[in-house]
Design a protein around this ligand. Sequence first.
Ligand SMILES: [Zn+2]
Length: 312
Amino acid sequence: MSMAIGIDLGGTYIKYGLVDDAGNILKKGMIPTRADSGKRDIVIEQIALAIKDVWDNAIDGIGIGTPGIVDNNGVVYESPNLPDWHNLNLRKIFESKFNKNVVVENDANSIVWGEYLFGAGKGTRTIVCLTLGTGLGGGVVINGKLLRGAIYSAAELGHMPVDYKGRKCGCGSTGCIEAYVGRDYIVKSLIRKVRKGRKTIIRKMVDNDLSRITPKIISEAYQKGDKLAEEIWIEMATALGAFLAGIVNLLNPDRIILAGGIAQTGEILFSTVRKTIRERAMKVLAETVEVVPAGLGVDAGIVSGASLVFQK
Ligand SMILES: [Zn+2]
């Protein structure tokens, strides 16, 4: 049995674990990232503490999923949420600290590889995984290999424009798919409709304080039969489905995996995405693709981090 340590580096917490080559977590933990310290050495020290906490001399290596753009040598080019996470050779730092093989990937790329080896992508060859949350992260495995670009991690799927005259996106561009399906954009479009006088039970659910609306509340309202909440999810899922129709035409994947908090909205999201792909992608390509929820659960980031070490 091989083992690896997986690190899921987030802006607030570092989740970490010792994982075997069947994807089972043998030991795990969580500590604060301390990004608020503003010092990159403190964050690096936190990662080292995490590794030591689940250390085993027999590991094959350490896999780190980090936010941001990572190059093919394990250097983080930049990450907006971590202090001075710029031109940072994470691989070299931890290889010299621990004398083990270290693999560093963008967190969305890490998740797609974890899903491919151990989750909802098992048994396929070509998959796309989208993580639906604050932003829209994505990764691609093509013919059994993680898609990487010429220099950087590629697959910045959230920033593919779907409307060249469309909404402003946080990345500075216009009309990116993230600006239609990201958390804040979903909430904003609901609030716009509420302000126009549309009836919804959500008003009551947040005691008229619209700043308290979250995707989770919109989901709860939908479960209770709220028409406006339903409309919001259908709009969001139609945008996502149209985008994915393009991805299906480009890559002809076996499976598309939807991960992240917003993917837990459930059946309305999945059925609308499937229907839109069928309507908009090339017919034969649309017929063969499956759209499924992620398989790895709450510790996906840990298992995926470790899975990077098991790349053959
Ligand atoms: Zn963008």
